[in-house]
Design a protein around this ligand. Structure first.
Ligand code: GLN
Length: 217
C-alpha cells in the first residue's frame, strides 16, 4: 500500500482529457494511490481528498481499503466526518473497497465500531479467518464477465444483507459486491489487479453518467 505524498490534484493519466470526469479518492490512509492508478487506466481524473474543500466539484468518490479504525480516527482528527457524510448522502456515485466498505456498513462486528450506516449490511472485520485471509478468488456474478476474480486482503465478511441492497457478486455463498442506489461496495480490491477491472468499469460508467447529467457542485 502506498502512503507517499503526492500533489492534492493527483496525477492525471495521459489518456484522461482535461474535461474528463473528476473522482475524489479519500487519501487519509490506505491504498488510495492504487485507486488513483486504476481510475486513470479508465480515463478519468482523480483528486486526493484530505479536507472538506476537496469534496467540492466531484463526479464520484472512492473510499479505499486500508485500516478502518485508523480511518475513523483520522476522519475525526481532520474534521472530515461530517462533510464526508454529507457527500456520501448526496447521491454522488461512491465506490468503497474493504475498509471503505466497513465505513459504510449499517453494522460492524469484530469488534463493533461506528460507521455511516448507509449500506444495509452487517460486516465482520477480518471475517475470513486465517486460512482464507488473503488471495485471489473467482467471483460468481450475473453482471460481471465470467472468470472475473477478486483479490481479498484481510477482508471483511458480509454476514447479512438487508432490503434495498443488491448483491452483484458472491464468493461461494457470501455476498462480496453489493450496491444500494449510487453506492457500490466490494470486500475485495479490483484496484490492485493490473488490468482494467469490470467492477471499476461499472463505477466509472456511473461517474460518466453523473458528469454528463450534472454540472459540478
Ligand atoms: N482489515 C481491515 C479493517 O478491518 C480492512 C482490510 C482492507 O481494507 N484490505 O479495516
Amino acid at each position: 500500500m502506498h502512503t507517499h505524498a503526492s500533489p492534492n490534484v493527483g496525477p492525471v493519466a495521459p489518456s484522461a482529457a482535461a474535461d474528463a470526469p473528476l473522482v475524489g479518492v479519500l487519501a487519509l490512509q490506505g491504498d488510495f494511490a492504487d485507486h488513483q492508478d486504476a481510475l486513470h487506466r479508465h480515463g478519468v481524473q482523480t483528486r486526493q481528498v484530505r479536507n472538506a474543500q476537496d469534496l467540492q466539484g466531484l463526479h464520484g468518490l472512492v473510499l479505499p481499503g486500508g485500516e478502518s479504525t485508523t480511518m475513523l480516527r483520522l476522519l475525526d482528527a481532520d474534521g472530515l466526518w461530517q462533510p464526508l457524510g454529507d457527500t456520501l448522502r448526496s447521491g454522488l456515485p461512491v465506490f468503497a473497497t474493504c475498509a471503505g466498505m466497513i465505513l459504510l456498513a449499517e453494522k460492524v462486528e469484530n469488534p463493533s465500531q461506528r460507521s455511516y450506516a448507509l449500506l444495509p449490511i452487517t460486516v465482520v472485520r477480518n471475517g475470513y479467518g486465517r486460512q482464507f485471509h488473503s488471495g485471489t478468488f473467482e467471483l460468481a456474478s450475473d453482471v460481471l464477465p465470467s472468470g472475473t476474480t477478486g483479490t481479498f486482503i484481510r477482508a471483511p465478511r458480509i454476514t447479512r444483507t438487508g432490503p434495498g441492497c443488491d448483491v452483484l457478486a458472491r464468493r461461494g455463498a457470501d455476498a462480496v459486491l453489493v450496491q444500494k442506489g449510487p453506492i457500490l461496495a466490494a470486500c475485495f480490491h479490483p484496484e490492485l489487479q493490473p488490468d482494467a477491472h469490470p467492477v471499476i468499469g461499472r463505477f466509472v460508467a456511473s461517474v460518466r453518467q453523473r458528469a454528463a447529467s450534472t454540472v459540478r457542485h
